[in-house]
Design a protein around this ligand. Structure first.
Ligand SMILES: [Zn+2]
Length: 189
């Protein structure tokens, strides 16, 4: 089924050095195995990073679309803390369930366009195809694929206080200095 133009799905332009630097600041650790930037803030900063399905060290990595933007991840964490997930999961009937399953297939197809990794065959993210387990993964997919692909991700994004249309970026030079909790301080560059 044709769902329109999805300019942020593969193939991606290679990430710039600046993109990888900002994603690393957002994550609080060096970003590795970046395939491309799947969604961006209104200001152009990365919002969703796409990661190789098999990391350089050999680890299979199913999460092809990862929400990195600090304000976005915080807003989605708030949705989860508010207990929005059971209500969203309850919508998975009929057409919505069908669309969610199609989103699962689409997610895997995007990832497999980069590499097919046997260990994660049939696995997508966020609880797809029939559960709602991580709104960050679902919103990341919704942002990458555009509206109308992931119904639960679209709804979560609509309910979030963050929007890709409004820049809430911090100065990414300062993110690490103010202390990330990611615990990746050991191997800094
Ligand atoms: Zn921004």
């Amino acid at each position: 089924m044709d769902r329109g133009v999805h300019v942020t799905r593969p193939p991606f332009d290679p990430p710039s050095v600046e993109d990888v630097r900002i994603v690393s600041r957002q994550l609080g650790r060096p970003a590795r195995d970046v395939v491309g930037i799947a969604a961006r803030c209104a200001c152009g900063a990365p919002t969703v990073v796409s990661t190789r399905p098999r990391l350089e060290d050999g680890t299979p990595f199913p999460t092809f679309y990862y929400l990195t933007h600090p304000a976005a991840t915080a807003a989605v964490s708030t949705l989860e803390a508010e207990g929005q997930m059971p209500g969203l999961a309850a919508l998975l009937e009929g057409d919505v369930a069908d669309a969610y399953r199609a989103a699962h297939e689409s997610y895997i197809a995007d990832r497999e366009s980069i590499a097919v990794v046997e260990e994660i065959a049939g696995i997508s993210a966020g609880g797809m195809p029939d559960r709602v387990k991580c709104l960050h993964a679902l919103v990341g997919h919704a942002l990458a694929a555009g509206p109308g692909v992931n119904p639960i991700g679209d709804l979560a994004l609509a309910r979030a206080t963050w929007s890709p249309a409004v820049c809430e970026c911090v100065d990414y030079e300062d993110v690490m200095a103010t202390g990330s909790a990611a615990g990746a301080s050991g191997g800094g560059s």
